[in-house]
Design a protein around this ligand. Structure first.
Ligand SMILES: Nc1ncnc2c1ncn2[C@@H]1O[C@H](COP(=O)(O)OP(=O)(O)OP(=O)(O)O)[C@@H](O)[C@H]1O
Ligand SMILES: [Mg+2]
Length: 781
C-alpha cells in the first residue's frame, strides 16, 4: 500500500514515530492531505505548500513519479530552509553547516560538528564518495546520521552486526530520529515494508540483506530518495584487515545499481560514505577498489592517536597460576572502593560462571600452538602439553563470521553514561574494565577468579545463553558490574564513557583488532589504561579457520606485527600503533606508555654475537651452493628442504662452539635474529609464513656484515628486545643436551638442577595388567 492512501491519523502516527512534532504533522496533513511523502516534504520545506516547489513529489504514487529526476542534496537543503521559490538560489557552505549544527544541537545536544565530521559532510554535499578514517569513539556515526536529518531522504547504513544496528536504532530513537534495522535479527515483519515505503529516516541493514533487497531499495530511491549509503566498520571489506567478511566485498553492487546511468530518475550517483577506525594503507586501497568507489573519492583522515590512552605490555604466562600476580592491582583498585555505591548489585549467577571452568592445564591449553613454531619453544618450565589442532583452538574462540554471530543488543541501556553514573565513576570508583581473552574457557575462569576476590565480574562469550549476555550488557551499562571478561564477542560499537581499563590477556590476532578493542577505553577523554599481558617467550599462533593460503600468510603477518609491537623496548607504543595505520606521528612520544615512562633499556654492543650468528648462517649457505651443482633440480629441492636448518639448530651449534655464549638461550637469539632481519641482514628462507624468521637466510648486506674485516665493524649497538631481556632475567633453562651437560660435574650445579621444581614430571604410573607394566613395577622397586 502506498503512503498516499493511508488514513490521516496513520500518517500522523508515522510522522510522529519519525520524530516530527505532532503539531507539525497535523498541520501538514491538513494542508496536503493524508500523504506521507507530501507531508514530509511539507514539513521539511518549512510548512509551505509543496506543489509549487521544485523536486517535491506529487502525490500520485510510484508510477507517476517514474521518469522524474531525483532532486539534488542542495535542493533539499534549500527547500528545507526557505519557502518555495521558483528561482533556485544555491546555498553557500555556511548555510548547510549552520543547519547541520542546529540539528546536531536539537537532536544530540552538541553545539558544533567536529572538523572531520564537517569534512565528511562536505564531501557528501558535493555528491562525492568518501572514506572516513577516524579514531575509535571520535563520532563517526554522526557523519551519516546528519544527512538524514538535513534532507528528509533516507540514509542506508550497512553494518556488520545485528547488535550494533539494534543499539544504534535505540539510541537514535532517544534522540528523536526514526531508524530501523533489517536482517535476520528483525522479528517484526512489518518493519521491512514500512522501511521500503520510506517511513524511517535511517535504515540499518547488514550486507547480506541489502544485496537481497536491491530492487525494493531502488524503488525507495525513486520515491522518497536515498541520500547516502554509509558502510560502517568498512575494514570488514578487506582481506588484509581484521574481521574480513566476504559479503562486505560484494557491496560493490551498490555502486553498480544505484548510479545515474542505470536509474534515470537519479541526477547523480548516490554517494557512498565508508567509515572505519582501523585501516592500514593497504586496507584503504582495497576498500576503495573493492567497493568501486568513484575514482577520486574524498579521504577524510583524522589522527588515530588517542592521547588519553596509556599503553603497556607485560610478560605473563597468561594461565591460571598467573592470575594472582597479574590481577593484583586490579583487585586492589576495586577493593579500595568497596564502599563505593554502585547503582545496582550484580544479579549474575556465579554458578553460571563455573560452566566449563577447568583445570589449570585445560585453561593453559590454548597456548599450545598448532603451528610448527612450537618446537622452537624454549620455555621448558611449562609442561609439554598435548598439541592442539587449529579446529580445537577455533572451537574455543569466538570469530566474527556472520551478522548474527553476536546477536545480543546492548542498546536498551543507552551507551552514554548518565550524569548520575558519572558521579559514581569520577573519583569514587575505578570505572569499568574489560578483559579480552582468546578463548571462551578463559572468560569463565578469570571471571570466577575475580568474583572470588570480591570483584563484580562477569564472563561474556558467544556460547553463553542470550539471557545471560543481555544481563551482562545491562549491568555493564548500569555500572552494576566492574569487570567484563570477554572474547571479541563483546564490545563492537560499545560507546560507554567510563571504561577505564582494557586488558588483553593473551595475544590479540592483529594490531587492528587490538587498537579497536583498546579504543573502547577512555571515551570520556580521561586517562585510561590499555595493558597487554602476553607470554613473551611464546609466539602467538591462533589463526582463523577456513582460510586460503593467501589469508594464512596475511594472518601470520598480522600476528607478526602484534608480536613485534610487544617485543619493542625502545619505541613509544602509541607511536608504533598510529604509524602502523600509516600516520606520521609528529610527537616523539606519548609521554604515557611504559616505554616512554621507563625509557628504553641500555643499548648493548652485540657485534660479536651478531657476527658469529651471521657467519654461521653464511657458512651453511656457502656449503649449500657448493652442493647445488651436484644435484638435479628435484633432488636438490628435496635435499634443501631436508637439511634447511632453523634458528634453533644454528643456536645449538653456536653454543657448542662458543663457551663464552653459553649463557644466552634460544629466546635471546630469536630476539637477535629479529634485529638482524630489521637491519636487512637476514630473510626468511622458507616458502611458508611464520611469525618471525624460522629458517634464516643471509642477504647480500648480511654477508657483507658477516665477512667484513674485523676492524671495519666497530660496533653493533642495539636495544635488546623484550624477549632478550626476559631471557637474561629469568633462571637459565637447560633445554638442549649440550647446555644440560655443561657443569654437570660440579656437585653444586648438579644439586641445584636436580632440585628444580618440575611438577609435570609425575612418577610414571604402571599398569600392572600388562607384562610391560609388571616388569616396570618390578624394576622401580
Ligand atoms: N560533534 C560532537 N561533539 C561532541 N560529541 C560528539 C560529537 N559527535 C559525536 N560525539 C559523541 O562521540 C561519541 C562516540 O561516537 P560514535 O559511537 O559515533 O564513535 P565512532 O567513531 O563510531 O567509534 P567506533 O569506531 O568505536 O565505532 C558518542 O557518544 C557521540 O555522541
Ligand atoms: Mg562506530
Amino acid at each position: 500500500m502506498d503512503g498516499s492512501n493511508l488514513a490521516s491519523d496513520v500518517v500522523i502516527a508515522e510522522l510522529v514515530s519519525m520524530g516530527f512534532e505532532i503539531s507539525e504533522a497535523r498541520k501538514a496533513i491538513k494542508e496536503v492531505g493524508p500523504s506521507l511523502n507530501n507531508a514530509i516534504d511539507f514539513i521539511l520545506s518549512g510548512c509551505t505548500k509543496v506543489s509549487s516547489r521544485k523536486g517535491a513529489l506529487p502525490d500520485t504514487g510510484a508510477q507517476s513519479v517514474r521518469g522524474m529526476r531525483q532532486s539534488s542534496i542542495m535542493d533539499h537543503l534549500q527547500s528545507s530552509k526557505k519557502p518555495a521559490s521558483p528561482v533556485s538560489i544555491p546555498y553557500s557552505n555556511e548555510d548547510w553547516e549552520v543547519r547541520a549544527n542546529m540539528l546536531l544541537q536539537k537532536h544530540f545536544g552538541y553545539p558544533l560538528l567536529k572538523r572531520f565530521q564537517r569534512e565528511a559532510l562536505g564531501a557528501w554535499i558535493a555528491q562525492k564518495d568518501c572514506l572516513v578514517l577516524a579514531a575509535t569513539g571520535s563520532g563517526k556515526s554522526l557523519c551519516f546520521q546528519i544527512p538524514a536529518l538535513l534532507t528528509g531522504k533516507v540514509v542506508v547504513v550497512i553494518s556488520p552486526l545485528i547488535s550494533l544496528m539494534h543499539d544504534q536504532c535505540l539510541k537514535l530513537a532517544k534522540h528523536g530520529v526514526s531508524a530501523c534495522f533489517l536482517g535476520s535479527g528483525q522479528i517484526d515483519q512489518s518493519v521491512q515494508q514500512k522501511a521500503m515505503r520510506g517511513m524511517y529516516e535511517i535504515i540499518y541493514v547488514c550486507p547480506e540483506t541489502i544485496l537481497r533487497l536491491i530492487k525494493p531499495f531502488e524503488s525507495l530511491a525513486e520515491q522518497r530518495g536515498i541520500a547516502l549509503f554509509a558502510i560502517d566498520e568498512v575494514h570488514c571489506v578487506s582481506k588484509w584487515g581484521h574481521d574480513f567478511r566476504p559479503d562486505y566485498r560484494r557491496l560493490s553492487a551498490l555502486r553498480e545499481n544505484f548510479n545515474a546511468k542505470k536509474l534515470p530518475f537519479l541526477e547523480f550517483d548516490i554517494p557512498i560514505m565508508a567509515l572505519t577506525a582501523t585501516a592500514t594503507i593497504r586496507v584503504r586501497e582495497d576498500i576503495i577498489t573493492s567497493l568501486h568507489m568513484s575514482e577520486d573519492p574524498m579521504i577524510v583522515l583524522t589522527s588515530f592517536f588517542r592521547p588519553n590512552l596509556r599503553f603497556s605490555v607485560k610478560h605473563s604466562r597468561t594461565c591460571s597460576s598467573s592470575y594472582e600476580k597479574d590481577f593484583r592491582d586490579l583487585i586492589d583498585a576495586y577493593s579500595k572502593n568497596t564502599s563505593q555505591k554502585y547503582s545496582k548489585k550484580t544479579n549474575l549467577p556465579l554458578e553460571n560462571m563455573s560452566v566449563g571452568t577447568s583445570s589449570r592445564d585445560d585453561i593453559c591449553n590454548w597456548e599450545e600452538r598448532a603451528s610448527e613454531s612450537e618446537e622452537d619453544d624454549e620455555d621448558i618450565t611449562l609442561p609439554k602439553r598435548r598439541k592442539l589442532s587449529v579446529e580445537y583452538l577455533e572451537d574455543e574462540s569466538d570469530l566474527l563470521i556472520d551478522v548474527d554471530d553476536f546477536d545480543v543488543t546492548c542498546g536498551e541501556f543507552d551507551g552514554r553514561t548518565s550524569t548520575k553514573d558519572l558521579d559514581v565513576c569520577e573519583g569514587k570508583t575505578e570505572g569499568l574494565t574489560i578483559i579480552y581473552v582468546p578463548t571462551r574457557k578463559e572468560t569463565l575462569s578469570i571471571a570466577k577468579y575475580l568474583c572470588r576476590c570480591g570483584v563484580k565480574a562477569a564472563a561474556y562469550h558467544a556460547k553463553l545463553p542470550k539471557s545471560q549476555l543481555r544481563q551482562v550488557h545491562k549491568e555493564f551499562h548500569e555500572n552494576a558490574l566492574q569487570v567484563v571478561v570477554a572474547t571479541i564477542a563483546f564490545g563492537m560499537g560499545i560507546d560507554k564513557l567510563n571504561v577505564r581499563r582494557i586488558i588483553h590477556y593473551g595475544w590479540p590476532q592483529s594490531l587492528e583488532a587490538y587498537y579497536q578493542e583498546a579504543g573502547r577505553a577512555g571515551r570520556d577523554g580521561k586517562l585510561a589504561d590499555c595493558v597487554l599481558f602476553a607470554n613473551l617467550s611464546r609466539m602467538p599462533s591462533l589463526l582463523p579457520n577456513r582460510r586460503s593460503e593467501e589469508q594464512t600468510r596475511q594472518a601470520y603477518k598480522m600476528l607478526s606485527d602484534c608480536f613485534r609491537y610487544a617485543m619493542r623496548t625502545s619505541r613509544c607504543r602509541a607511536q608504533m600503533l598510529v604509524q602502523y595505520f600509516g600516520e606520521d606521528f609528529s610527537d616523539d612520544s606519548c609521554h604515557l606508555c611504559d616505554v616512554c615512562v621507563k625509557g628504553p633499556p641500555e643499548q648493548q654492543n652485540l657485534k660479536d654475537e651478531a657476527r658469529i650468528l651471521m657467519q654461521m648462517i653464511a657458512a651453511h649457505y656457502d656449503k649449500r651452493s657448493y652442493m647445488e651443482s651436484s644435484y638435479d633440480d628435484d633432488d636438490y629441492n628435496h635435499n634443501i628442504r631436508m637439511e634447511k636448518p632453523n634458528v634453533k639448530m644454528f643456536v645449538c651449534r653456536i653454543q657448542e662452539q662458543n663457551q663464552q655464549l653459553e649463557t644466552t638461550d634460544l629466546l635471546w637469539w630469536r630476539g637477535l635474529v629479529r634485529i638482524l632481519e630489521d637491519k636487512g641482514f637476514l630473510r626468511e628462507g622458507d616458502d611458508k609464513a611464520h611469525v618471525q624468521i624460522k629458517y634464516p637466510e643471509p642477504t647480500k648486506l648480511g654477508l657483507e656484515f658477516a665477512f667484513a674485516e674485523t676492524e671495519m665493524v666497530q660496533s653493533f649497538n642495539v636495544w635488546p628486545e623484550a624477549d632478550m631481556l626476559l631471557s637474561k632475567s629469568r633462571p637459565k633453562s637447560y633445554s638442549s643436551f649440550v647446555e644440560w651437560g655443561k657443569g654437570w660435574a660440579d656437585p653444586e650445579i648438579r644439586k641445584r638442577r636436580l632440585s628444580r621444581n618440575r611438577p609435570w614430571k609425575q612418577p610414571r604410573r604402571t599398569n600392572k595388567q600388562t607384562v610391560r607394566g609388571r616388569l616396570a613395577a618390578k624394576l622401580s622397586k
